[in-house]
Design a protein around this ligand. Structure first.
Ligand SMILES: [Zn+2]
Length: 66
Protein backbone atom coordinates (compact mmCIF):
# COMPACT_ATOMS: atom_id res chain seq x y z
CA UNK A 1 0.00 0.00 0.00
CA UNK A 2 2.58 2.50 1.14
CA UNK A 3 4.99 1.26 -1.47
CA UNK A 4 2.50 1.98 -4.23
CA UNK A 5 2.09 5.53 -3.05
CA UNK A 6 5.84 5.93 -2.95
CA UNK A 7 6.26 4.57 -6.46
CA UNK A 8 3.58 6.91 -7.72
CA UNK A 9 5.23 9.83 -6.01
CA UNK A 10 8.59 9.00 -7.56
CA UNK A 11 6.96 8.78 -10.98
CA UNK A 12 5.46 12.21 -10.51
CA UNK A 13 8.81 13.67 -9.50
CA UNK A 14 10.47 12.02 -12.43
CA UNK A 15 7.99 13.42 -14.89
CA UNK A 16 7.89 16.81 -13.29
CA UNK A 17 11.59 17.52 -12.84
CA UNK A 18 13.20 15.69 -15.67
CA UNK A 19 10.67 17.13 -18.04
CA UNK A 20 9.98 13.75 -19.48
CA UNK A 21 7.17 13.83 -21.97
CA UNK A 22 4.57 11.17 -21.49
CA UNK A 23 3.70 9.33 -24.61
CA UNK A 24 1.13 6.72 -25.40
CA UNK A 25 2.73 3.28 -25.72
CA UNK A 26 0.43 2.41 -28.61
CA UNK A 27 0.00 5.42 -30.86
CA UNK A 28 2.93 7.52 -29.61
CA UNK A 29 0.83 10.59 -29.06
CA UNK A 30 1.79 12.87 -26.24
CA UNK A 31 -0.44 12.42 -23.24
CA UNK A 32 -1.49 15.53 -21.45
CA UNK A 33 -1.47 15.73 -17.72
CA UNK A 34 -3.82 17.55 -15.47
CA UNK A 35 -3.00 19.23 -12.20
CA UNK A 36 -1.17 16.86 -9.83
CA UNK A 37 -0.03 14.79 -12.77
CA UNK A 38 -3.09 12.79 -13.37
CA UNK A 39 -2.65 11.66 -16.91
CA UNK A 40 -5.47 11.78 -19.40
CA UNK A 41 -5.20 8.09 -19.94
CA UNK A 42 -4.21 5.04 -17.98
CA UNK A 43 -1.26 2.93 -16.89
CA UNK A 44 -1.00 -0.65 -18.01
CA UNK A 45 2.07 -2.73 -17.25
CA UNK A 46 3.93 0.47 -16.35
CA UNK A 47 3.20 1.94 -19.75
CA UNK A 48 1.05 4.91 -20.41
CA UNK A 49 -1.93 4.71 -22.68
CA UNK A 50 -3.79 7.72 -23.97
CA UNK A 51 -7.51 8.00 -23.47
CA UNK A 52 -8.14 7.58 -27.20
CA UNK A 53 -6.43 4.19 -27.33
CA UNK A 54 -8.03 3.25 -24.07
CA UNK A 55 -11.41 3.87 -25.64
CA UNK A 56 -10.45 2.30 -28.93
CA UNK A 57 -9.00 -0.98 -27.68
CA UNK A 58 -10.69 -1.46 -24.31
CA UNK A 59 -10.31 -5.15 -23.43
CA UNK A 60 -7.59 -5.67 -25.98
CA UNK A 61 -5.29 -3.10 -24.43
CA UNK A 62 -3.22 -5.70 -22.61
CA UNK A 63 -2.66 -7.63 -25.82
CA UNK A 64 -1.52 -4.47 -27.54
CA UNK A 65 1.20 -3.88 -25.01
CA UNK A 66 4.00 -6.38 -24.94
ZN1 LIG B 1 -2.74 6.26 -27.88
Amino acid sequence: MFKNILVRFINILHIEFLGEKIKCAICGEKIETTFLEKIKGTYIKKKTICSNCQRKYKDKLKEKIK
